[in-house]
Design a protein around this ligand. Structure first.
Ligand code: DON
Length: 562
């Protein structure tokens, strides 16, 4: 009998330790502080700010600006984003610095007289530009949570812009790919009409000048006075709608995060106008009854459970979510256990659910675009998770040569017409229609995870509609499947978004047998497109308090710390 109780005890400990297995780190490990971002130059500026005595919030300001210099395809001052934070005291919060529709915007502004969506109008050039929020965001973060002076934070970024940034192989390829569009949108005298090769150094004197004005005058340096006048005149001269009044009225907004539990994790993420937190909350509640760890990482059963949860949550996302300042979102209902249980009740391992059975919609294939995410932890244990974007690669492609930055094409994240897909194949409904000063719905999912009440992970990614699923998979890769932070980031990903009813896989890492089995069950699989799903930059707090970075192998991303 004694022998059996011993056996039960061992079994009990084993089962309960399933998620507590020691994970061997494979990414950069540092003792105290770290920044992981899309470019080494930006991670280094953020880490240096913390080494000089700044906190994670000072580093956020520096990293955001440094990405605008070193990573112009997505890093920005002409776009917007979201920050989720957790102070070392456990206090959490979020800042919404998402772009807004200009005052003159209206519901049918991208439709022709027959009610059809006018091609390119919400995606390319000045007509697609929303009122930028990034400078309001960083100044607000600095005012409320920063330690160092703006002067100290801006200095290394201005030096980077003046001294220039080396073009990487990947960047050279992308700049060449977009060169024709830059010329088409801006004329051939624009900075990016030049051909840049890997190894070239690009200097940004106009951006340095703009940054100096903001360094001195803060929020008003961008939203009022010389820059605002020049920016509004430039956008309007090119046919766009943003006015000086739009800029003068822009404010970032502090919002409560979405918080939910998954087993012993407490996940803190972005609330609407981002769909990230709510959709992840639905996904994690729907998958909770299934023992993914036993099914195995990226196994057929795990992929099925996640896909069916993704499918159902995106259907709700597209219908119900929008800017909470404009629409009522039935959050209590959408997040109710009984509702989510009922949503999964028609799922079977034998056969794919058809998206038609979940709801309607016919759309085109998702286009891969660009945004950027960075994760920061400082020596005091404050954590910052920021996703920021111009929407498309280089946003609207409209580059203000005089001020030195690209403008977003975020207006395309609205639903131009109910039922017609945007460039991510996402279809929208009334909740995300266009209204003056409204914020467009986003998928950006900057997230912080606590385990047993302590800071555990900072995570996020670009990837348009694939952001939410990539963040969910990264958390599960470490929590359920014991991958290190770097392995969790590197692991091949898959994605489903309800419509189109297609299960997308990254090219490497999924066996032909698995794909055949899923097809046999009725999943419409796409693995041929060589799609990259997200570029996750994350930090894991190891049991001994050290930090492990996960910098995505898919880009030039880099973890830097001390
Ligand atoms: O806010 C959104 O959901 C989109 N504008 C994000 C765009 C994006 O992630 C593109 N990146 N690959």
């Amino acid at each position: 009998m004694k022998k059996y109780s011993y056996l039960f005890l061992v079994l009990f400990v084993f089962i309960n330790c399933k998620n507590q297995q020691a994970i061997t780190p494979t990414g950069l490990v540092t003792q105290k502080a770290m920044v992981v971002s899309a470019r080494e130059e930006a991670s280094k500026i953020g880490a240096d700010i913390m080494a000089k005595g700044g906190n994670a919030f000072d580093a956020m300001v520096g990293t955001q600006l440094a990405l605008a210099v070193a990573y112009p395809r997505a890093g920005n001052i002409g776009g917007g984003g979201f920050m989720v934070y957790r102070k070392n005291t456990g206090e959490v919060g979020t800042l919404d610095f998402r772009e807004k529709a200009p005052l003159s915007a209206h519901r049918d502004m991208y439709l022709d007289s027959l009610g059809n969506v006018i091609p390119d109008m919400s995606t390319k050039g000045a007509t697609s530009v929303g009122v930028p929020g990034s400078i309001a965001g960083i100044i607000e973060v600095h005012k409320k949570l920063g330690k160092l002076s703006l002067k100290d934070i801006f200095e290394p970024v201005i030096a980077l812009a003046e001294n220039g940034v080396k073009v990487t192989e990947k960047q050279a390829e992308i700049l060449k790919g977009y060169r024709k569009t830059f010329i088409e949108v801006n004329s051939d005298s624009t900075k990016f009409a030049s051909v840049y090769n890997a190894g070239d150094v690009i200097k940004y004197p106009a951006l340095a000048k703009t940054l100096k004005i903001i360094q001195e005058r803060g929020h008003d340096g961008f939203y009022k006075g010389e820059i605002a006048q020049k920016l509004a005149a430039f956008i309007q001269k090119n046919g766009g709608f943003v006015t000086e009044e739009d800029l003068a009225r822009y404010q970032a907004v502090w919002r409560d995060p979405v918080r939910f539990n998954y087993k012993d994790l407490n996940i803190i993420s972005m609330a609407p106008p981002s769909s990230g937190g709510v959709t992840m909350n639905q996904i994690f509640k729907m998958i909770k009854p299934y023992d993914l760890a036993t099914f195995g990482h990226n196994s057929e059963k795990t992929i099925q459970v996640l896909t069916e949860a993704f499918r159902r949550s995106y259907a709700d996302r597209n219908y119900y979510l929008g800017d909470p300042d404009f629409v009522e979102i039935p959050l209590d209902y959408l997040l109710k256990d009984s509702y989510l249980k009922q949503r999964m009740s028609n799922f079977s391992f034998d056969k794919a659910t058809s998206s038609e059975a979940v709801s309607h919609g016919k759309v085109e294939v998702v286009e891969s675009m660009e945004t950027t995410h960075y994760s920061i932890i400082d020596a005091d244990g404050n954590a910052v998770s920021v996703t920021t974007t111009l929407n498309g690669n280089f946003g609207s492609k409209l580059y203000c040569d005089e001020l030195g930055f690209f403008l977003n094409n975020e207006m395309d994240d609205f639903s131009s017409k109910a039922g017609v897909p945007n460039m991510f194949g996402l279809i929208g409904a009334e909740a995300n229609n266009i209204q003056p000063e409204k914020r467009m719905l986003s998928s950006m999912t900057p997230t912080i995870v606590e385990k047993d009440g302590k800071l555990w992970m900072v995570v996020g990614t670009p990837g348009g509609s694939t952001i939410i699923t990539a963040v969910a998979e990264t958390i599960l890769n470490t929590y359920e499947f014991n991958l290190s932070m770097q392995e969790a980031v590197n692991a091949p990903r898959f994605h489903h978004q309800w419509v189109p009813d297609v299960l997308i896989f990254e090219p490497d890492g999924f066996s032909p047998e698995l794909i055949t089995n899923l097809k046999a069950k009725g999943y419409q699989v796409n693995i041929e497109n060589n799609t990259i799903i997200g570029k996750v930059d994350a930090i894991l707090v190891l049991p001994n308090g050290q930090l492990e970075g996960g910098a995505d192998r898919r880009g030039d991303d880099k973890a830097v710390g001390f």
